[in-house]
Write a protein that binds this ligand. Structure first.
Ligand code: NAI
Length: 349
């Protein structure tokens, strides 16, 4: 396993490999940058084809968190952890507590929260061993708890901005949206969209989740392989990353891609390709910053829940600025966002 030669290695400050023989825990914590504050980012629980793949994921996701936190205006650097779901993984309390001990040993350089495969319940177990954790149960009126409703709200506000910018539509009424993945984020996004009068097409590997969207929000389920090529106004990727790539780009028939999944572009060049295809891409780490804004407010205890919703809503105008800069400079939106994020981090350093 080559760390420094990995294509996503980007001057990461620290990469920690965690193993516990008793519980079977295998985890990788990647700290990309602490220039703006503690490296914050969720823990992903996933079965990987290889340890290399897990490392690759941790490296790229942690860099994404540095950029995301910088763009959200937070006093956080970027980090991310993956817990490897091995074939004999048992998800015991002891395993999550052991993971909490590893996080604690970093002394606050890394602050964790939930990502794919994790939950508030699991984070409570991690928190038995460390205070460097957010995304815990919420006390009434305070920020915190499951961040996915806030993530979804930020995506909704970002999508509104994209629809206004690209299609000239002032509201989401009648706008058609294809949502890939209706888990935590996708479900809440569908809720906001439905309430705003949008029409939904959805796909998920879990049929019961598709059925729930059909029952509650009049969504139509389509085959997994057809969701990105739906003839809709907006495609919202809310499952896993790397779905915008050389193979998929010619298939998109929407004018906008705006969704919550992290690292949607398989390579940076795919940002250029999507730009040339005339599709407006809302950079993932800008539009999906609502969850981390919530986590930051919980961790620093510096805002009421109402104030957090306002902070999340600012994602809309932030994206409009990126769209305008992209149009003025001719650069793809992902490049405009990366440049801005790097500038903010450099100033922090
Ligand atoms: P989740 O695990 O609750 O939902 C993911 C959903 O995608 C599941 O329903 C799963 O069955 C489905 N899925 C997996 N592979 C699929 C495929 N090939 N086609 C269609 N559906 C598929 O995860 P969550 O929390 O909703 O996160 C979704 C995405 O948003 C992830 O990329 C995550 O990193 C990102 N994100 C989540 C945040 C949060 O607040 N939960 C914050 C920022 C980003």
């Amino acid at each position: 396993m080559a760390v420094f030669e990995d294509s996503w290695f980007d001057a990461h400050e620290r990469v920690v490999f965690c193993h516990d023989a008793v519980t079977g825990l295998k985890a990788i914590i990647a700290i990309h940058s602490t220039a703006l504050g503690p490296a914050a980012g969720g823990t992903r629980l996933w079965s990987y084809a290889s340890d290399d793949e897990a490392l690759h994921d941790a490296l790229r996701l942690s860099q994404g968190m540095s950029y995301k936190n910088a763009m959200a205006g937070l006093k956080f650097g970027g980090g991310k952890a993956v817990i490897i779901k091995t074939p004999d993984f048992d998800g015991s309390d002891a395993l999550y507590e052991r993971y909490g001990e590893f996080v604690d040993q970093l002394g606050g350089a890394y602050v964790t929260a939930e990502d794919v495969g994790m939950s508030v319940d699991i984070m409570e177990k991690v928190a038995r061993k460390t205070k460097f954790v957010a995304g815990l149960s919420r006390k009434k009126g305070q920020a915190g708890g499951d961040p996915s409703p806030k993530t979804a709200f930020g995506i909704f506000k970002g999508m509104e901005a994209a629809v206004l910018y690209k299609l000239g539509k002032e509201s989401m009424d009648g706008v058609t949206v294809a949502v890939q993945g209706v888990g935590h984020v996708g479900y809440h996004l569908c809720e906001y969209l439905y309430e705003a009068g949008a029409r939904l097409v959805v796909a998920d590997i879990d049929n019961s989740r598709v059925q729930r969207i059909a029952d509650e929000f009049e969504g139509t389920g389509v085959a997994l392989e057809d969701i990105l090529s739906q003839e809709v106004d907006v495609v919202a990727p809310c499952a896993l990353g790397a779905i915008i790539n050389q193979q998929s780009i010619p298939k998109f028939r929407s004018k906008i891609i705006a969704g919550g999944a992290n690292n949607q572009l398989e390579t940076r060049e795919d940002g250029q390709r999507i730009h040339e295809a005339g599709i407006l891409y809302a950079p993932d780490y800008v539009i999906n910053g609502g969850g981390i804004i919530n986590v930051a407010s919980e961790y620093y205890a510096d805002a009421s829940d109402d104030e957090v919703w306002d902070r999340v809503a600012a994602i809309g105008p932030r994206l409009t600025g990126i769209f305008e800069e992209s149009a003025a400079s001719g650069k793809p939106t992902n490049v405009v966002a990366d440049e801005l994020a790097r500038r903010i981090i450099a100033e922090g350093r």
